[in-house]
Design a protein around this ligand. Structure first.
Ligand SMILES: [Zn+2]
Ligand SMILES: [Zn+2]
Length: 274
C-alpha cells in the first residue's frame, strides 16, 4: 500500500502546496481522500488520471476539502472512452453538495454532449453517505468509517483503509477524540491534518484564532499516534505552510510525544507500507 500526500496546503493560498487531498494505492484499488485545490495537477504528478480512481472518499464538507471535486468528475467523464461512474463516499450532506455541484456543471455537460457524438451520457456520480461504524468494500480494500471531532462542523468522518495486512487511517480535520483513537488503533500509518498552535496564536486576527479549537496541533496528532500505537505518523494540511528548512522543527515537536516515524514534507511526499 502506498500513501501519497497530493496536497499539503490549507485554505490559505500557497503557490507550492495544493489543497487537502491524499491518495491511497492498494493493489488494483486507487482511492482519493478529499479533493482540494489543484488535486488533478497533483494526481497527474503521482501518475494517476481521473478515470483510474476507484472512488473518492470525503472526510467532511468544508470547501477546502472538495473545491476541485467538480474537476475530478468532469475530467474523468471526458477522458473515459465509455461510461465510468464515480462513487463518492462522504458524511451526511454529501448528496446535497454533489447535487449542487452537478447543477453547476449542467451548462458544461450540455455543451459537451451536443459537441461530441460519442459522448451520449452525462457524468454518472453515485453518492454513498456513510456514518461511523460503517464498513465498506471498495475494490480490493476494506474501509472502516469512524467518527471524528471537528465541531462545530458536523458530521465528519475518518477512514481506516485495510489491504493485504497494511492499514492506513485518514483522520481528516479535527481534535483528538475516542472515535479517532479507536479508528487508529494498531494502524501502520495515521494521516492527520495539523496546525501549529504557537504560530496561529501569533496572527493578530480573531478569525484566525477560531481555527484553534477544531484542529489537531502537531503535538496532539503525535499524542493520538502514540496512544493508538501506530507505526508511522503522517502530517499534512499544514497551517501555516511549512517554510523551507523548518521541517525538522515540526518533526521535533511531534517526536517529543511519539517515538515512531514522522513523515511530513512537500506535495507528493509518499509512504510505502508493507
Ligand atoms: Zn475542516
Ligand atoms: Zn481543512
Amino acid at each position: 500500500m502506498d500513501v501519497t500526500l497530493l496536497g499539503t496546503g490549507s485554505p490559505i493560498p500557497d503557490p507550492n502546496r495544493a489543497g487537502p487531498a491524499t491518495l491511497v494505492r492498494a493493489g488494483a484499488t486507487t482511492l482519493l481522500v478529499d479533493a482540494g485545490r489543484a488535486v488533478l495537477m497533483r494526481l497527474a504528478g503521482a501518475g494517476v488520471l481521473p478515470p483510474m480512481l476507484s472512488a473518492v472518499l470525503l472526510t467532511h464538507l468544508h470547501s477546502d476539502h472538495l473545491t476541485d471535486l467538480n474537476d475530478v468528475v468532469t475530467t474523468r467523464w471526458v477522458m473515459s472512452p465509455a461510461p465510468n461512474p464515480l462513487t463518492v463516499y462522504g458524511p451526511v450532506g454529501t448528496r446535497q453538495v454533489v447535487e449542487g455541484m452537478m447543477a453547476m456543471l449542467a451548462p458544461d455537460v450540455g455543451y459537451r454532449l451536443a459537441h461530441h457524438d460519442d459522448l451520449t451520457e452525462p457524468p454518472a456520480v453515485e453518492v454513498v453517505e456513510v456514518a461511523p461504524g460503517d464498513e465498506l468494500t471498495v475494490g480490493e480494500v476494506r474501509v472502516l468509517v469512524g467518527g471524528t471531532d471537528h465541531r462545530p462542523v458536523e458530521p465528519t468522518v475518518g477512514y481506516r483503509v485495510e489491504h493485504d495486512g497494511a492499514t492506513v487511517v485518514l483522520g481528516g480535520d479535527g481534535v483528538p477524540c475516542a472515535g479517532l483513537d479507536a479508528l487508529c488503533a494498531g494502524a501502520d500509518a495515521y494521516v492527520q491534518t495539523v496546525l501549529r498552535d504557537d504560530m496561529v496564536r501569533m496572527v493578530p486576527m480573531a478569525r484566525f484564532h477560531d481555527i484553534l479549537d477544531y484542529h489537531s496541533s502537531v503535538e496532539q496528532a503525535a499524542q493520538t499516534a502514540a496512544r493508538a500505537g501506530v507505526r508511522v505518523l503522517v502530517l499534512t494540511h499544514y497551517i501555516p505552510g511549512i517554510p523551507p528548512g523548518q521541517e525538522a522543527e515540526w518533526r521535533a515537536r511531534a517526536a517529543a510525544h511519539f517515538e515512531g516515524e514522522v513523515v511530513l514534507g512537500d506535495d507528493l511526499t509518499s509512504v510505502s507500507l508493507a
